[in-house]
Design a protein around this ligand. Structure first.
Ligand SMILES: *[C@@H]1O[C@H](CO)[C@@H](O)[C@H](O)[C@H]1NC(C)=O
Ligand SMILES: *[C@@H]1O[C@H](CO)[C@@H](O)[C@H](O)[C@H]1NC(C)=O
Length: 376
């Protein structure tokens, strides 16, 4: 009986051992699967895309997640800044060897404004101009902005102007879409259209066209902002930042700063950039494309620098490359958490605190706006 029990206990123990080993093996297997299937996928995205994707996913599940690795990046700012400065000399040397005509594709002077608001700045004398790149058919997004932050034309006594930037509509419906754009432009007077085909790969052209418009049609403005159409924007907080005496009035650009982001080399990624287009393994310091703010002396400088920078299809990193050519360092905002690439569950206090954050849909912008602007 006693003997039996000992034996039982021994086999019981060895069962536990086996089970334990099996459990470890399974955990390991699971981690391997996760690593193989998900990590390359995540690494293959630009941070812009990664955050946006995560943000979109998070929106649908309504959970709040912090990104500690991003925080670390901000702490490392000084270290990486130094790194960027050291690599700078090499790039400049490389670009100097190549004549500018090779690189004129993104240069806005190759394009022409079809819808222009050339005297709008003369009439309104804006302090801040919000430039919103949007696809021609995204009427809902424009409507949502026109009924939310686009209505704020005077903030803390300063004039604010919102303009939408589109390219040429493509596809079978392009004539119809163009007619609708012409009508929309007559009605609202806030559309800018340039003659490149409006596609995802042409976003760099669109951004440079934005810079060109600010440089040539709106030199009197003090600040500009490139802000995506799926963003919530708190103009009170943005204005407080811009009117702060500590905020530079020149050579200033801020937003969510990206340091040492690897260039995506996996061919099936939307953010793939071939080495012929951009040979270095990492991008220069840049600001995440969802929304960045700059002093309005920068647009003409960026346009000029773009003559020497070979275009590649990652528009925010391309602006980063132009800035690097100019020797201008993007600034971290006084409170970096005011530029958010995800929101999680809607919280009114968060919207009252941030400058900008990514949203899920035009409808969400309208809903959130109502709640944020209610008096209590
Ligand atoms: C855009 O307009 C410019 C100036 O008229 C012209 O030279 C260029 O070929 C046009 N580009 C496209 C893509 O239509
Ligand atoms: C824009 O993108 C399309 C393809 O998506 C391409 O055919 C075109 O050449 C690009 N550039 C211009 C200036 O339209």
């Amino acid at each position: 009986m006693k003997c039996d029990m000992v034996q039982n206990r021994t086999s019981y123990r060895s069962d536990i051992k086996k089970g334990f080993i099996l459990l470890i093996a399974l955990t390991f297997l699971l981690l391997t699967v996760v690593y193989i299937f998900f990590v390359p996928h995540m690494l293959a995205m630009t941070p812009n895309a990664l955050y946006k994707n995560l943000a979109k996913k998070i929106h649908s599940y309504y959970v709040v997640i912090e990104f500690p690795f991003f925080r670390d990046k901000q702490v490392q700012q000084t270290a990486t800044t130094q790194h960027t400065t050291t690599t700078q000399t090499t790039t400049v040397a490389v670009t100097n060897n190549i004549t500018s005509e090779h690189y004129h594709v993104a240069h806005p002077h190759n394009y022409q404004f079809i819808l222009d608001e050339s005297d709008k700045c003369l009439k309104q004398n804006p302090f801040l101009v919000l430039m919103v790149p949007v696809a021609p058919q995204q009427l809902e997004a424009r409507k949502a902005i026109r009924s939310t932050w686009g209505t704020e034309t005077n903030v803390q006594g300063k004039s604010v102007m919102t303009l939408f930037v589109v390219g040429l509509p493509g596809g079978a419906e392009s004539n119809k879409t163009q007619q609708m754009l012409n009508e929309e432009s007559r009605q609202h007077g806030d559309l800018l259209q340039s003659n490149f085909t409006d596609t995802y790969v042409n976003l760099t052209i669109k951004t440079m066209v934005i810079m060109d418009w600010l440089a040539t049609r709106c030199p009197q403005a003090s600040y500009g902002m490139k802000v995506d159409s799926d963003m919530f924007l708190n103009l009170e907080n943005l204005m407080t930042l811009l009117l702060d005496p500590k905020t530079p009035k020149q050579n200033y650009i801020t937003g969510m700063v990206m340091w040492n982001r690897p260039v995506v080399r996996s061919k099936n990624s939307k953010w793939y950039v071939p080495e012929e287009m951009y040979p270095e393994p990492t991008y220069p310091t840049y600001l995440l494309g969802m929304g960045y703010v700059f002093s309005n002396d920068l647009p003409p400088k960026i346009v000029e620098a773009s003559k020497d920078i070979k275009p590649f299809n990652i528009e925010d990193a391309y602006v980063g490359a132009c800035l690097k050519r100019l020797g201008i360092q993007p600034s971290s905002p006084p409170d970096p958490s005011q530029f958010k690439a995800y929101m999680g569950k809607y919280q009114r206090e968060e919207c009252l605190r941030v400058i900008t954050t990514i949203l899920g849909s035009p409808k969400q912008l309208i809903d959130i706006w109502k709640d944020v602007k209610r008096s209590v």
